[in-house]
Write a protein that binds this ligand. Structure first.
Ligand SMILES: [Zn+2]
Length: 171
């Protein structure tokens, strides 16, 4: 799980920084209580708790509460939700792929015009409505060859598809 750059990205977003990823690692390795996690990671207990609840809010961790029969205190046993991470990664990369495919379609089906100063970029219809003048500086907008942009989007689509396939197989 923590070898997968996409998973690391997703988890780092939730736990706020890379250092706190060790909390996740502890959970994955089977440590279940906040106190043990704090001890092993040397991260302050209140931070460990905060991060555990953040993971919980995102559905990435869950806990079972039980009462110690002697002390009457509650203990919380935490587990990490591997499947939820995979599910969220799948949704994220699907969304990213959708966006990229929309961008690609837009680039392939339109001509684009840019201001020489880089103020604006318009498709043909918008540019012709403006008489091919930049509304910012009044210069004439020029046709822009977008094959490089299309190439870049296609590369991103490939990267996205590859990353998705590898995240599906690494458990
Ligand atoms: Zn301009």
């Amino acid at each position: 799980m923590l070898n997968d750059p996409l998973a690391i990205n997703l988890l780092t977003d939730v736990v706020e920084n890379e250092e706190n990823l060790s909390i996740v690692k502890c959970l994955i390795d089977g440590t279940t209580t906040d106190e043990e996690i704090a001890e092993k990671t040397e991260i302050r207990l209140n931070i460990v708790r905060k991060i555990l609840y953040k993971l919980h809010d995102e559905g990435l961790a869950s806990y079972k509460r039980s009462k110690d029969p002697e002390t009457q205190w509650y203990t919380y046993d935490w587990v990490f939700e591997n499947e939820e991470v995979e599910k969220q990664l799948k949704m994220k990369s699907n969304k990213m792929l959708d966006n990229l495919n929309n961008m690609l379609q837009k680039e392939e089906n339109n001509m684009f015009f840019v201001c020489p100063d880089g103020d604006v970029r318009f498709d043909f219809e918008t540019a012709s409505n403006l008489d091919f003048m930049c509304p910012e500086c009044g210069d004439e907008v020029k046709f822009e060859e977008n094959t490089e942009i299309i190439k870049k989007i296609k590369e991103d689509i490939q990267i996205c598809e590859k990353a998705y396939q590898s995240s599906g197989s690494s458990k």
